[in-house]
Design a protein around this ligand. Structure first.
Ligand code: GRF
Length: 220
């Protein structure tokens, strides 16, 4: 295994963190989650990590004068735990270029839309308002462009409800919690890589919208 130490950054509920913990526990995902880092002392995800016996660290951004100062401390916490892969799982802060450059190629995020559609916030509402028939989530490498790094894995569902919260929950349950462990597993096993702003699986260029995931026929 080429990259076994995983650090997860969270800010809130941590259902994606839970999906990673469960996948690891059930042998569906390789690697070890060695640290959960959080900017919000109240985040429920911290309890999920503690319950799973994973070390946690809270570094509150309110204690820092600038984003760069904060990100420098984050970088050293992640270097201290020798993270091979940094996984953003509902981490609600914009990362400085300093941070992104430091971890480029080993920094991934999950975004609740069919990227390149709807980067940024309120993705579910935007998809409903646009009368889209489909919506979903995308795992991607993080680059300096917000939600603009190369997609890795993307899952979609039909929009059959017009309630933003219900749709968000379906996207999490049916897509996010399935595709994120898969993408992390690929990385840890050395199958996923990032070169010159592109993502590769098993040495092959991943298409611009990511590998398409379906529940009936999930990629392995
Ligand atoms: C997820 O919907 C993810 O797509 C977005 O933030 C949310 C985090 O949820 N980046 P959780 O904390 O994992 O429950």
């Amino acid at each position: 295994m080429s990259a076994s130490r995983i650090a997860v950054l969270i800010s809130g509920s941590g259902t994606n963190l839970q999906a990673l913990i469960d996948a690891r526990g059930e042998g569906r995902m390789a690697g070890d989650i060695v640290l959960v880092l959080c900017n919000n002392p109240e985040a429920f995800g911290l309890q999920r990590a503690a319950y799973a016996g994973i070390p946690t660290r809270v570094i509150n951004h309110r204690d820092f004068a600038s984003r760069e100062d904060y990100d420098r401390v984050l970088i050293s916490a992640l270097e201290d735990c020798q993270a091979d892969l940094v996984v953003l799982a509902g981490y609600m802060r914009i990362l400085s270029p300093l941070f992104v450059r430091h971890f480029e190629g080993r920094l991934i995020n999950i975004h609740p839309s069919l990227l390149p559609k709807y980067p940024g916030l309120h993705t579910h509402q935007r998809a409903i308002e646009a009368d889209d028939r489909e919506h979903g989530a995308t795992v991607h490498f993080v680059t300096e462009e917000l939600d603009g790094g190369p997609p890795i894995l993307q899952g979609r569902l039909r929009i059959d409800d017009s309630d933003e919260q219900q749709l968000a929950q379906r996207v999490q349950r049916e897509i996010e919690h399935r595709i994120y462990p898969q993408a992390v597993d690929w990385f840890v096993r050395g199958r996923l890589s990032f070169r010159e702003q592109h993502a590769y699986l098993d040495g092959e260029l991943i298409p611009a919208t990511g590998i398409q995931w379906s529940n009936e026929n999930p990629p392995t």
